[in-house]
Write a protein that binds this ligand. Structure first.
Ligand SMILES: Cc1ncc(COP(=O)(O)O)c(C=O)c1O
Length: 405
């Protein structure tokens, strides 16, 4: 899709900025004008409260919102009824930890996550385990950035794990985890699974029925959509059993003085006024990605990753973290250079117009295992090209000169 990449760059207004090379899509992606215009059009022409009012403008807004849900669900091969809009992936994980976890995890139980999780898939489980007297366990990551599957089996075999939480693609190492396999192994011992697809939904063709996780979450702003919207896909029977996460308007069927009954799925988990324009924007984003074709998006990410893995080691002493094989990773590359702090790499690249992230990437346990306080990170999306990677390599070479290395 390299030719397409050049074509689509023009769809992203912010990339018109002189000399800008944006390599921070794992933090947040840029937005095509189709998304910006869909949101603008919603506010200009269709804005109204959804679900409750019967006049035509409200019916139109409701249709736009629910239509977006249907397209978002279809994009990943799931049902609209069990596709819940949240504020972001973080909120989706908190929803499960709170609404499912508090009822189902108790003293002596375990929640099993991996050392490569984002803080979003660590802290909600810490809070749950502390409250419920349960234990939070971790599966370690080997030197190539792959999960230690024998440790997963060992922990599952002890019979106390209630839920396994795993990132589909690591936001630090780029590792593409064998989530179907994790789900199968967990289910064999009666444990549920939550897959964090925040880095995967933007770049893989997903079939959630094939993955078969109990919960799958992702976040709109990394998938060319707006901020303020995330998604939880869950198994119907679990969502039906779970108590609500947040209480308020819209999520109820009837409110009596002391008790209430809940609305049907998915609205039972969507308290308060929904993020209507954001849903419309996310609907436009998945339409945009689907028009390119997710197989082409993946092929493009893979090709850029392979090219970056080939070119970056030209810089003396540069270390790349994560699996060496581009087939085993998404479009995210963390790296370090001896003698230059990652923040200085970020700043010096920034002076050359190259945007890379520097920091712990919300993965402090993993950073400790890697023996570094922070890394620099370059990440790609459809609008990037080999030229952007060449610019990164030039900027890194200049950074070495500045530090007289
Ligand atoms: C793997 C992973 N999970 C979760 C998140 C959290 O996303 P959000 O802040 O949109 O909830 C991120 C964002 O960096 C991520 O990379």
């Amino acid at each position: 899709m390299s030719a397409t990449a050049v074509d689509v760059r023009a769809d992203f207004p912010v990339l018109d900025r002189e000399g800008l090379v944006y390599l921070d899509s794992a933090a947040t992606s840029q937005k095509p004008h189709q998304v910006i215009e869909a949101m603008d059009d919603y506010y200009r022409n269709s804005n109204a409260p959804i679900h409750r009012s019967v006049y035509p403008l409200a019916a139109e807004a409701t249709e736009l919102f629910e239509g977006a849900r249907e397209r978002v669900a279809r994009f990943v091969g799931w049902d609209a009824r069990t596709t819940i809009f949240t504020r972001n992936a973080t909120e989706a994980i908190n929803l499960v930890a709170y609404a499912w976890g508090r009822e189902n995890v108790g003293q002596g139980d375990e929640v099993l996550i991996t050392r490569m999780e984002h803080h979003s898939n660590i802290v909600p489980w810490q809070l749950l385990c502390q409250e419920r007297g349960a234990r939070l366990r971790y599966v370690s990551v080997d030197r190539d950035g792959e999960l230690a599957m024998d440790e997963l089996d060992e922990a599952l075999g002890e019979g106390r794990v209630k839920l396994v939480g795993v990132a589909h693609i690591s936001n630090v190492l780029g590792t593409l985890n064998p989530v179907e396999d994790v789900v199968r192994r967990a289910r064999a011992v009666g444990a549920l699974t939550l897959v964090d697809g925040s880095q995967a939904a933007p770049q893989l063709s997903l079939d959630l029925r094939a993955i078969d996780a109990d919960f799958y979450v992702w976040t709109g702003h990394k998938a060319l959509g707006p901020t303020g919207i995330g998604v939880l896909h869950g198994r119907a029977e679990l969502l039906e059993q779970m108590r609500p996460f947040l209480g308020g308007g819209h999520m109820i069927s009837r409110v009596d003085d002391q008790t209430s009954t809940w609305n049907e799925l998915p609205w039972k988990f969507e308290a308060g006024t929904s993020e209507i324009a954001e849903a419309v924007g996310l609907g436009a984003a998945v339409d945009y990605l689907s028009a390119i074709g997710m197989d082409s998006v993946r092929a493009h990410e893979r090709e850029l990753t392979a090219y970056a893995l080939e070119r970056m080691p030209e810089i003396d002493g540069l270390t790349v973290f994560g699996p060496p094989d581009p087939e085993r990773r998404g479009g995210v590359i963390s790296f370090a250079m001896p003698g230059i702090h990652p923040h200085d790499i970020g700043e010096l690249c920034g002076r050359e117009g190259v945007c890379v992230r520097a920091g712990h990437h919300c993965a402090q346990p993993l950073m400790r295992d890697m023996g570094v306080p922070a890394t620099a990170r370059a990440s790609f999306h459809v609008y990037n090209s080999r030229y952007d990677i060449d610019r990164l390599v030039d900027a890194l070479a200049k950074a070495r000169e500045v530090f007289e290395l």
